[in-house]
Every structure is written in C-alpha cells, then in structure tokens.
Design a protein around this ligand. Structure first.
Ligand code: ZN
Ligand code: FE
Ligand code: FE
Ligand code: ZN
Length: 264
C-alpha cells in the first residue's frame, strides 16, 4: 500500500484515539507512508466545534512531530492539514497555511453558505433545496477552491452524495469543469475510502469521476479519512482496484508541498 494521507486527531473533537494508534494500524496494514491531516483552525465564527482552535495548533504540530521521531525508520509520517475552503476565509487560510511547514494541504468544501451539508445533524437541509442546485453550487465552490491556488489535494470530491442524495440530472459537465480546475491548479484529488462507511456506501469520488479524472490527466492520492485508528488504510484494496481499472499507475506523495509520483 503506497500512502494514506487523510487522518484526524482528537483535536478536532470528533475523532478518537491517539496518533500512535493510527500509526501502529498503518504499520499493521503495510502502508509505507502516512500523513496526518486534521481539520484546520478557521476564523472564530466558522464551525469551531469541528476543529482545533488556533491556540491548539502548536499541540497538533507537536503530536505529529512526536510520532515522526518515535517511528522514524519504520514508517514515513507527513505533516498535513485538511483546510476548509469557504468564501471570505481565503486570507485567513492563506496566512495559516504559510505559518507552518506543511507537507501538504487537503482542500475541502464542507459548507454551502451556512449549511454544513455533510453533518449528520443538518441532513434535513437536503429536503429544503433542489438536489441538482446543491451539486452545482458544490462543484462551483470546488472550482473557486482550486482557483485560490492554496491547496494541494481536493478532498472527498463528490461529498454531497454522503447520505445517498443523488443528482437528478447529469453532473458530469460540472465535475469535468472541477477536475480541469484542479489539474490546472497543479493539484491532485484524493480517492477517499470513508464514503464506504457512510450511508452512501461508496468511495469518494465515484468510479465514473475517477475514470474521467484519469482521462483528463488529473493526478491522484489516497486517504481513509480515519477518525478512529481502526479505519486507517481501510478498504484500500478496493481503492487500488478502482484506480487501476481507471488507468492509474501511480499516486502522489508529498514533501514540503512538492508532489512526487510513486507506483501503485
Ligand atoms: Zn472530520
Ligand atoms: Fe472533510
Ligand atoms: Fe477528513
Ligand atoms: Zn474529510
């Protein structure tokens, strides 16, 4: 198994288990390289219950540095972050990402306006709006995210499907525009196995999106989005099959925000 670049820590208040446990699980699963990517600090008004506070950030870095030292020579551990994209917070995120020596930044859209559409407690929002307009708005934000040039990896690319809400019309034109924006920004996208553990029971993004991304030449990386140690590297056999069938032969690894391909 090449890499698992998407995992969290208790600092985000909705993940459990110490980083050591995540690392041990990765070693057990034969993963050569992992990265921590906990939810980034944001301005005070933005979703403080699902992320570390800015004053806790030094603890996050210390946690990651501690496992890097402790497991040196056994597994490579990268220092990443999952940073939200939300219009109006770009300057904050730019300053934050420049403030520490990250190996990579995953960019994620978790809100449409003030609606946290992937939060289980807000799922009734799907009944209030036209499903196609939800997807259109979402992919529009992904394009704006790519255009900021702030991020390295587009996270869980078709996240609005999480609870099983499917678009009524063909979203592939919007997906294609998003993939092209991601590629042209020098980013990659992630194949994220956590969707298999959600009501939709499907990898993010779906197979047709992975195939289109391969055709368009968008580089890819891999993540479990583990919020518990036992989910590290989970279902990566299925992720690798999906990638190979789409035509991928390599995934990206990152060091100091520079991507390097590594064979699948
Ligand atoms: Zn999370
Ligand atoms: Fe996320
Ligand atoms: Fe995540
Ligand atoms: Zn995530």
């Amino acid at each position: 198994m090449p890499v698992d670049y998407h995992m969290h820590t208790p600092l985000c208040k909705h993940a459990t288990g110490e980083p050591e446990e995540y690392v041990l699980r990765a070693i057990e699963r034969g993963i050569g390289e992992i990265g921590f990517s906990d939810h980034n600090p944001m301005p005070d008004w933005y979703d403080p219950m699902s992320r570390m506070a800015r004053v806790e950030f030094s603890r996050y870095e210390a946690m990651v540095r501690a496992v890097q030292r402790r497991f040196a020579g056994r597994i490579a551990i990268r220092f990443g972050i999952e940073a939200d994209f939300h219009p109006g917070t770009e300057d904050y995120v730019r300053e934050f990402l420049a403030s520490a020596p990250f190996d990579y930044a995953i960019g994620s859209v978790h809100y449409l306006g003030d609606w946290p559409f992937d939060h289980p407690d807000a799922v009734e929002g799907f009944l209030r709006r036209d499903i196609d307009s939800i997807y259109e708005e979402y992919y529009g934000l992904v394009i704006r995210m790519a255009d900021t040039g702030l991020y390295d990896i587009a996270g869980h690319l078709d996240l609005p499907k999480k609870f099983g809400h499917r678009p009524r019309s063909d979203m592939m034109p919007a997906v294609r525009r998003a993939l092209i924006a991601i590629r042209d920004a020098g980013m990659c996208f992630e194949v994220n196995t956590s969707g298999l553990r959600k009501p939709v029971r499907e990898i993010y993004p779906s197979a047709d999106i992975v195939r289109l991304a391969a055709k368009l030449g968008v580089p890819v990386t891999l993540g479990s989005d583990a919020h518990e140690a036992r989910h590290v590297g989970e279902d990566f056999d299925r992720a690798l099959t999906l990638l190979r069938e789409a035509g991928y032969r390599e995934v990206m690894r990152f060091e100091e925000r520079m991507p390097t391909p590594t064979p699948l």
